[in-house]
Design a protein around this ligand. Sequence first.
Ligand SMILES: NC(=O)c1ccc[n+]([C@@H]2O[C@H](COP(=O)([O-])OP(=O)(O)OC[C@H]3O[C@@H](n4cnc5c(N)ncnc54)[C@H](O)[C@@H]3O)[C@@H](O)[C@H]2O)c1
Length: 330
Amino acid sequence: MKTIVTGGAGFIGSHLVKKLVKLGRKVIVIDDFSSGSIENLNSLGIKKSKIEIRKIDLTNFKETKKALRGGNIIFHLAARVGGLTYLHSAEDAELLALTENLAIDANVFKACLENRVKKIIYTSSTAVYPYNKQKKLGTVFSEKDFQIDSYQLCFDPDGGYGLSKIMGEFQLNLIKKIEIGIARLFNIYGENEPIDQKAHAICDLAKKAIHYPKEKFIVWGNGNQTRDYLYVEDCVGALIKIEEKILHSSPLILNIGSGEATPIKEIAEKMILFSGKKIKPTFDLKKPVGPISRTADIEKAKTILNWQPKISLEGGLKRTFIWIQKKLND
Ligand SMILES: NC(=O)c1ccc[n+]([C@@H]2O[C@H](COP(=O)([O-])OP(=O)(O)OC[C@H]3O[C@@H](n4cnc5c(N)ncnc54)[C@H](O)[C@@H]3O)[C@@H](O)[C@H]2O)c1
């Protein structure tokens, strides 16, 4: 049985490929290497002989259809994705996230149908949930807060990126001949996360602590804003369990997160601790912070998958910090 991972050279994709290879699967990695890299696969010790790599731009349908041939199970992770600045503030960011992701998803789903794929596991996002509810602390979302079994009259996603994931979920809900799993990922972190302009808050704060005092240690906002952080290996464990549990009838939709709300200032404190330096953070209230809070209700995933996060936040952050430190020193 061949398993395809689109975006398999990316952050989460590379960890998923590692786990699938360990389980003895034949894995095909599809990626255009716009953000992913061979280095991501090598650094996790994945042997080239164990995988097949197809360099494909999934915005091109002909290439997509050809590349997806021979796969029974598809983990579809490829997308334009990144941190707050990359996805929302840069020029044309919203438009590009929307149009590129719509094109990638539509091509992949059509090619899956034409190639008679058996299962699709799609990485959706917390960004599908109503943005307006995320302006206060304590916001927890269960899967019922956004449903795709009826056409809702209004959406309130997090930007063009969130809208593209909503459209991805709607398309999947209309597919009848393939078993579908949809993982609404919250904030995933760990080794291989981009540390360039696409970096999320954890990598950004780790870099600032490592570079201090050459670089100022600035936290965006007052630091009280919270996110739901899940270590990448726990995320991959859930994706694989979703594949096992998918039923034919309708998409299995699950929040995948830690279920815990962590203020960003707590992440900053941990990064300072790991650096071993005496740093007093500056809080810049003029910087954008995105949602004030969003946390996953993960009861459904725990029950259906018999899964729960194994790695503590402290442990996962330490691993990530050490990896970034090494990467910056190489
Ligand atoms: N990282 C998170 O916290 C998070 C949260 C919610 C959802 N997700 C979703 O999980 C998936 C993986 O995200 P990630 O964080 O690993 O990001 P990533 O950028 O590391 O991975 C995406 C991969 O897709 C590839 N790609 C992009 N455009 C492509 C194209 N046109 N053709 C072929 N390949 C292309 C990139 O090169 C990259 O390897 C995405 O679908 C993302 O939306 C991630």
